[in-house]
Design a protein around this ligand. Structure first.
Ligand code: 5RP
Length: 221
């Protein structure tokens, strides 16, 4: 089975978690795109969606799915999104597509988080995938120095990339993240960081993991 087929399978499986007559949150990336295409088939059953990026908003709209501004929405029944890495506690690294800030904001409003990914994203310890950090442009060098001082690792500026919020991304290589909650919280305390790509204080509730033998439904261990 190809990686795209695994993504397609988890996208289909995620449809079961869509709550009828509600507004749902939709993530960003290739797996989320497969999900949006599946969602289009049942679009009449939901009120609409809040998008975690401009790209996702465009794709939802292209299917005729109503897109709501988060400021006009008080409740999101479920947030469905991909990930770059997931550990056994369903702590995640996200932000490979650079949408981490809006993803975390939409997730904050959602009742439930369903992560969809193929099994290549499952790891014992987070950090092989470089940790994305969205930074205010003028703070870029300061934040990079602070990260090295506090955690080690090798921050690399994502070349030519500007987020939907007009900021930069530092991708931090060579980290071994054994305590993701404390690292997420400490990163949040560094001035100039808008958002870090650790989703551990609020991990996924369910991980639909695409394997060659079918979709596994994982909860935190
Ligand atoms: C975007 C993300 C994505 O969920 C993550 O990068 C996974 O993407 P893909 O489904 O293409 O592998 O966090 O900011």
């Amino acid at each position: 089975m190809t990686q795209d087929e695994l993504k397609q399978n988890v996208a289909q499986a995620a449809i079961e978690y869509v709550v009828p007559d509600t507004i749902i949150g939709v993530g960003t990336g290739s797996t989320a795109n497969f999900f949006i295409d599946e969602l289009a088939k049942i679009k009449g059953t939901i009120e609409g969606a809040v998008a975690s990026s401009e790209a996702t908003a465009e794709r939802l709209k292209s299917h005729g799915i109503p897109v709501f501004d988060l400021n006009s929405v008080a409740e999101i029944s479920v947030y469905i999104d991909g990930a770059d890495e997931a550990d056994a506690g369903l702590n995640l690294i996200k932000g490979g597509g650079g949408a981490l800030t809006r993803e975390k904001i939409v997730l904050a409003v959602a009742d439930k988080f369903v992560c969809i990914a193929d099994d290549s994203k499952k790891v014992n310890v987070l950090g092989k995938f470089p940790l994305p950090i969205e930074v205010i442009p003028m703070a870029r060098s300061y934040v990079a120095r602070e990260i090295v001082k506090r955690f080690g690792g090798e921050p690399v500026l994502r070349d030519g990339f500007i987020t939907d919020n007009g900021n930069l991304i530092l991708d931090v290589h060579a980290l071994e993240i054994t305590d993701p909650v404390s690292m997420e919280n400490e990163l949040n305390s560094i001035v100039g960081i808008v958002t870090n790509g650790l989703f551990a204080a609020r991990p996924a509730d369910i991980f639909l993991c695409g394997t060659a033998n079918g979709v596994e439904t994982l909860t935190a261990k």
